[in-house]
Design a binder for this molecule. Structure first.
Ligand SMILES: [Zn+2]
Length: 60
């Protein structure tokens, strides 16, 4: 998703809890950043945090 869009979601979501059901790659001005953002709350994660999250979900 677009970086600005992630920011907008984050502002609208506020401080509500989120279990981050889906992360999408963030891009800015057409270039991919290395970060991911939650489609629900807009929180940003590094690729390492995303990998850890994927692993944690595979092995509950
Ligand atoms: Zn989230």
């Amino acid at each position: 998703m677009e970086y600005n869009y992630a920011l907008k979601i984050r502002q609208e979501w506020g401080d509500k809890p989120c279990d981050h059901p889906r992360l999408e790659k963030v891009y800015y001005a057409g270039a991919f950043l290395t970060n991911y953002a939650c489609v629900q709350c807009g929180a940003e994660f590094t690729i390492y945090e995303k990998l850890e999250m994927d692993e944690a979900r595979k092995n509950p």
